[in-house]
Ligand binder design. Sequence first.
Ligand code: SF4
Ligand code: SF4
Length: 317
Amino acid sequence: MTNLMLTNYCNYKCPYCFGVDFMFPKVSRKEMSLETLDGLLNWMDKTPKNKSAVHLMGGEPTLHSQFEEVVFKILERGRQIVVFSNLASPKAPEYAEKLSDFNISWVVNVNSPKLWNDVQNNRIRRALKTLGQKASITFNINPDGDDDMWAVDLIREYDLSRWIKVGFVLPTMTGSNYALEDEQYPVVAKKLINLLKNTQQYGIKAAFECGVPTCAFTDEQLGYLWSIGCTFDSNCDSRLDVSPEGLVIYCLPMSEIAKVHYTEFDNYFEAKKFFDNKLLPYRRLGRNENCFSCVLADSICRSGCVAKILLGAKNVK
Ligand code: SF4
Ligand code: SF4
């Protein structure tokens, strides 16, 4: 259900980070207190018929000074945990080992290994070796980068989960990060299809991060995705994020549109309804002029990332 931001700081400084508007150093450094965590867990328990997993993210969640206490508090509530980590923090390999017997999955945000320094290389590889099938990797495909076959190599070397989650670098609604230009979407789509053609022999399947518009792909590429059972959709339907101090946001790129303390809502569904209603008028704007006459609009495609839509609509306040 909820993405809990345990920290608002990170050991990486990726230029594409879409959390920049809501994180240190743009705002002061914070981590979630155990009191706030307890309050949020009670709040989540008030949401009817919902016992879904808690996602732990940051910043970098393993930098939290009481990371293990946080994990055990959530497990005691009978909830599964998914940790979104770069595994390059000082304690990540140790946590991977200590927590390996528990019901925890790890989604590892990796940059190309060419960018790792020796210390990061050592930590990431140690942690991946421990986690094996409990870890899946996620990364952004860079229009100028290599062919990303290093992802396949990592999966095979450490026998990781046979899923990769790929992202197109999305913007913040304020345009504060490095993100893809419109003309780079087809370049990334082509690279992705080439990568997938190379993953099939190893049984690796792909899933998409949110916000990719359907027209990033040609009809032929969409047909290929369909033929390999890849469930592409253009969704922009975020699990809500909650900041270390308990502020609910739609997602990090949209943090500037509204931040509301969780106690203002009876439960998670009420918060979700609030943000869905708030964003509905902007979705109608479309991503560009083609959306107005596009047969896919409102059925298959919701124009991708609403932060990208708002960034393009400079006259909307
Ligand atoms: S605005 Fe939508 S698509 Fe963009 S990052 Fe947020 S949830 Fe994903
Ligand atoms: S609705 Fe807009 S973004 Fe989606 S496929 Fe059509 S033109 Fe592309």
